[in-house]
Design a protein around this ligand. Structure first.
Ligand SMILES: C=C(OP(=O)(O)O)C(=O)O
Ligand SMILES: [Mg+2]
Length: 402
């Protein structure tokens, strides 16, 4: 079965921005994928091409891909790389490339009759990731709120995915109650996390109260994590918070202190995107997941450098950072072969596209980072609930850090 037709159309994302959707056709089958968009993007990410180039890109991509077998994902992805001709997809755009790549995988899955997680992950893909839920947010996702971009929760005590997501929704609700009780006005940021004019310290305290409440009511243990998105704080010399400026050494000490004080299970981007040494120093100093997002950008060259230097122990996987499913898979493979955990992640600008739910299962991710509430986040979380329902006796992944 070959790709018979490929079209792009412009649709909208959760921030109301225009984005591209790719739809591919073969026989009576069709499948589509939509590009998400970041706000705190890594410098080395695949380039996002303006949607106004849609006709030109469609002409190039469809001419190249029509006729290729829907089951030859590597050929499809290498062809996308070839017609682009650059490392970072600056020609056809990573957004146009990833949507074609994922749409073809979804088409192949539809034709094969296997759900995408099974088509990609095989019959032994039977473990579900824990949801890493964003409950309080600031930084580039909600200016005027906290300096740390994301305060995250992981319901490690839940025995199944449904209960895990349920626990995260309880924490999210309790945080609102806690803020109301303290007279703090809050609204929602880009990812559905609560945004408020509070200090980072206050955010930790509020979340602690909320997860204690959930434990008392349900017996489920919930741990905390953060995405500092430190590149956004770095001014070239220091990390600039609303209430302090820290040197690299002070930043590392601060991260270690937070990890101790709040028993953090997860710290993402604690240092700026080019500080491989700082990442390595912190990874040695703490006993939790230290995850690289902007530093690795799902790119095997940068992940390889991190592995050699001992930077981080976890890799954030965002398919649109690298531009094809094949390169995403290579990033996952390299990370895992070297003992790194992986976390499959949404972007702050999202849509109803649920593909990453399947990727998280196919790739046996430890966590899926995709918010807690909001239609575009719930699309992925509910898909995981469906996957759990449809699987015969799935289990949750074992988190080696607990
Ligand atoms: C999801 C994130 O944000 P963005 O999509 O804005 O890069 C992140 O930094 O992990
Ligand atoms: Mg991040």
């Amino acid at each position: 079965m070959v790709i018979e037709d490929l079209i792009y159309r412009i649709v909208f994302d959760s921030r109301g921005n225009r984005t591209v959707e790719c739809e591919v056709f073969s026989d009576e089958f069709s499948a589509r994928a939509i590009a998400p968009a970041g706000a705190s993007t890594g410098t080395e990410e695949a380039i996002v091409k303006d949607v106004s180039f849609i006709d030109e890109v469609q002409e190039k991509v469809s001419r190249a891909l029509v006729g290729i077998s829907v089951f030859d994902q590597v050929e499809v992805d290498e062809t996308l790389r070839e017609i682009d001709g650059t490392e970072n997809f600056s020609n056809i755009g990573g957004n146009f490339a990833i949507t074609a790549s994922l749409a073809v995988a979804k088409l192949a899955s539809a034709i094969s009759g296997f759900p995408l997680y099974a088509y990609l992950g095989g019959i032994f893909a039977k473990e579900l990731p824990y949801p890493l839920g964003n409950v309080i947010g600031g930084g580039a996702h909600a200016k005027g709120s906290t300096s740390i971009q994301e305060f995250l929760v992981i319901p490690v005590g839940a025995k199944d995915f449904f209960t895990a997501q349920y626990a995260n929704t309880m924490v999210h609700k309790k945080i609102k109650e806690e803020m109301n009780a303290r007279g703090i006005f809050s609204a929602k940021g880009d990812e559905g996390a609560w945004a408020a004019q509070i200090s980072d310290e206050m955010a930790f305290e509020i979340i602690k109260a909320a997860i204690d409440g959930v434990r008392d009511e349900t017996g489920i243990e919930v741990r905390m994590g953060i995405d500092v998105a430190a590149t956004e704080l770095w001014d070239g010399e220091r990390y600039v918070y609303s209430d302090k400026k820290l040197t690299t050494e002070e930043q590392i000490a601060y991260m270690a202190e937070l990890s101790d004080k709040y028993d953090l299970l997860y710290i993402e981007d604690p240092l700026h995107e080019n500080d491989f040494e700082g990442f390595a120093e912190l990874t040695k100093a703490v006993n939790c997941m230290v995850c690289g997002d902007d530093i690795f950008v799902t790119n095997i060259k940068r992940i390889q450098k991190g592995i050699e230097m001992g930077s981080a122990n976890t890799v954030l996987i965002k398919p649109n950072q690298i531009g094809t499913l094949t390169d995403t898979f290579r990033a996952v493979k390299l990370s895992k072969e070297n003992g790194y955990d992986i976390v499959v992640s949404h972007r702050s600008g999202e849509t109803e596209d649920e593909t990453i739910a399947h990727l998280s299962v196919a790739f046996n991710a430890t966590l899926i980072k995709t918010g807690v509430v909001g239609g575009e986040r719930i699309a992925k979380l509910n898909e995981l609930i469906r996957i759990e329902d449809e699987m015969n006796k799935p289990s949750m992944v074992k988190i080696k850090w607990i």
